[in-house]
Design a protein around this ligand. Structure first.
Ligand SMILES: [Ca+2]
Ligand SMILES: [Ca+2]
Ligand SMILES: [Ca+2]
Length: 429
């Protein structure tokens, strides 16, 4: 542990929160793990799948798993249903996004508008692209947020901040992201007051099972001043230089970044500043192994159950029956929706028996869905390309005839589900 951590003001004020401080210290990098970082396998292609990193890198120092927006890969994001999935997964925490309604009520919602995840077009036609923070709490309660993910979740409502505390347990706590604080003035004080005064939050805080996270450094500084005993993480898309990390360490305990751009040197800089290293949003076991080898302490992902099982050495997809995702071709030369040869996902049957994949679906991190048409049976060893755009269906290709690009060219993740919603595999690139 770098000696200068002991001199940071953050460390001094943290000394008042003994429980939380112990929780943090216990998860800081051990000397053995530090050595593992020094000797991490070289990654010639940092954005690729970590095929060279074996599962043996996952062991006693396996990074803690946090469910993203609850467990957004398997349930509607930021809903109580997703929080329950995260609790069932055995994750250390689930993550939520908090904003303030027009009348000052803290609610849980990721996007800046209701367009993508709600039935706003039916309930408040014309307000689809209005700021979500322009809705009152009463209006927010009239929105339905389950069916945009899957029909079986129809009826899910936007939760209140305190609903997350009620869903959490002594094992699975809550990461509270203060989302877009410029759109929710005063949100830091509302969250700090809730943690201090609501019994369910007080109990979680006493067990070290509440942490606050955010991208906005000024907002984070405000929150740190209001609630110095609550562990705090600075989020940023890339890892800055040592001096900037030293400044972060004055008010925060951890630094969380996009795993796709992280390397061993970035992890070392974070740890050298006395900060925990965390990453988002890790949606495949291969990516989990990759960041584990880098020495990361915490991993947030949309599929916490599968990451927790993998970290324990269990099969991540116990319901798999041979069919898995072989590849995702997010970007092709030229337009990604060109006829016949546009963006697509490749399935393969690695099992010993034919599998009827009719109606199987692939869901990406933004709720976009590709389906497999009727009559597709994959023989052992056979592949099937599932296209977003237009084309002529054949034995090894099915076209969704879509009109908009679904697979993000900068990297995306997809989950493979049966028609009844059983998760068979995930893939990230
Ligand atoms: Ca978030
Ligand atoms: Ca694309
Ligand atoms: Ca292209």
């Amino acid at each position: 542990m770098p000696a200068h951590r002991e001199t940071t003001s953050r460390t001094r004020r943290r000394a008042t929160g003994a429980l939380a401080a112990a929780a943090i210290t216990g998860t800081l990098l051990s000397p053995a793990a530090q050595a593992a970082v020094e000797h991490a396998p070289g990654a010639p292609e940092p954005h690729g799948r970590a095929g060279a990193v074996s599962a043996q890198t996952v062991g006693s120092s396996a990074p803690e798993v946090i469910g993203h927006r609850g467990a957004a890969g398997v349930a509607p994001e930021n809903t109580v249903a997703a929080f329950r999935e995260a609790v069932r997964s055995g994750a250390g925490f689930f993550e939520i996004d908090v904003q303030l309604s027009a009348d000052g009520v803290p609610f849980l919602f990721h996007d800046s508008t209701p367009a993508r995840t709600t039935n706003v077009a039916e309930v408040f036609p014309g307000r689809e692209d209005d700021p979500i923070t322009s809705f009152t709490w009463d209006e927010l309660q009239q929105l339905e947020v389950g069916s945009a993910y899957a029909e079986r979740y129809r009826g899910e409502r936007i939760p209140h901040l305190d609903d997350a505390a009620r869903a959490a347990t002594p094992r699975t706590g809550v990461f509270i992201e203060i989302k877009s604080p410029q759109d929710s003035p005063g949100v830091e004080a509302v969250v700090a007051e809730s943690l201090a005064s609501v019994p369910e939050w007080q109990r979680l805080v006493a067990r070290g099972k509440v942490e606050v996270i955010g991208f906005d450094a000024e907002s984070n500084r405000r929150f740190a001043a209001l609630a110095p005993q609550i562990p705090l993480q600075q989020l940023a898309g890339t890892v800055p230089d040592a001096a900037a990390l030293e400044a972060v360490a004055e008010y925060a305990d951890g630094f969380s970044t996009n795993y796709r751009s992280l390397d061993a040197d970035g992890v070392r800089r974070i740890h050298d500043a006395g900060l925990e290293a965390a990453v988002y949003t890790v949606n495949s076991v291969e990516a989990y192994d990759q960041v584990a080898a880098l020495g990361v302490d915490r991993v947030t992902g949309d599929f916490p159950r599968e990451l927790v099982r993998h970290a324990k050495g269990l099969k991540p997809f116990p319901q798999a029956q041979g069919v898995r995702i072989l590849d995702s071709v997010n970007d092709v030369p030229g337009p990604d929706l060109q006829p016949e040869t546009g963006e697509h996902v490749v399935l393969v049957n690695d099992g010993p028996a034919p599998v009827d994949v009719s109606g199987y679906l692939l869901r990406d991190a933004a709720y976009n869905v590709l389906t497999v048409g009727e009559g597709y049976i994959l023989e052992p060893g056979q592949t099937l390309r599932v296209y977003t755009g237009p084309g002529t269906d054949s034995e090894d290709a099915y076209y969704n005839q879509g009109t908009s690009n679904v697979l993000n060219n900068g990297g995306d993740s997809v989950g493979l589900f049966t028609p009844t919603g059983r998760l068979l595999d995930t893939f990230a690139n």
